[in-house]
Design a protein around this ligand. Sequence first.
Ligand code: FES
Ligand code: FE2
Length: 337
Amino acid sequence: MASSSVSKKLHPYPTGWYVLAKCDEIKSGTLVTKQFTGKDVVLFRTKSGKLSIVDAYCPHMGAHFGHGGDVVGETIRCPFHYFCFDIKGTCTETGYNTSPPTKAILKTYHHKEINGFIIIWHDINNSSPSWHIPETDNTDWSEVMTADYELNSHPQETTENSVDVGHFSVVHKYTNVHDLKELTTDGPYLNASYGFSREGGILNNAGIKAQINIHVHGLGYSFVEVTLPAMGLQTRQYVFPTPIADGKIILKIGMSVKKIEKPSKLNPFLAVIPKKIVNKLVLKQAFKGYAHDVSQDFDVWQHKTFIEQPALAMGDGPIIKYRKWANQFYVGLNENT
Ligand code: FES
Ligand SMILES: [Fe+2]
């Protein structure tokens, strides 16, 4: 008989905010289709720059906006009969200069543009967002470099990684892993902080000490502040798992580096290079290291199962606290939805 402690399927689409794109990916006057929670949604930006996220299918007779549709002025236009819809989903015209049918209402999704990313609110009842993600102050920070990976995983599993202290040393080979601050939660927000050392770090500085401060806003939006005090280096590492289908996510990772004050602290050779170039170089190199570290988890994530009551040992980290916190994103969901 299967025991509940062995495995339980997590609901594929927990409530919360998820990243769909970088803001600059959707230029004014264009539209882009994205997969999200087992369906297609279409993002469009009007000529004046306003963004909207709508159902992919036209409420008139079901054509897909992403296949031949376009943006006309402040509306999205369907390729089939040229019905146009504004950013609120109201039909503003038909292709025949007749009055728009009152029933032709295009579904729109709650969204925001924050910290350079387009985030969509997912709630099974399409209710208004019950919480928000704060803006971060990006003064003195570089652009955010990103990469996308399509993985067989789940946002709860990838986000759990940041509190899975045990795997830091096994998978990532970090040493001297210790708590800097105990895990705390505040509604949908979770915070934890650790210190550790790692070999062959940025620009190949071995045995470098790092401090990480983890900010988790729901299961779809996390960022980690990483500080390497000896090198005077600070980075923000973004982790955005977005559920595109049952058991499938797009993991978008991103990195931004704080302007380097003293390049020579990083590497004496950098002192003679213009600061602008140093910043670019460090971002590129640090991102490479980050992408490498994240990819070390992929094989485990893609093949693991979710164990509801894990057989935990000392050294595992605050897994149970994390799981209890994560439960709030499943309220009102069940296996059939
Ligand atoms: S199906 Fe979109 S206008 Fe007819
Ligand atoms: Fe990891």
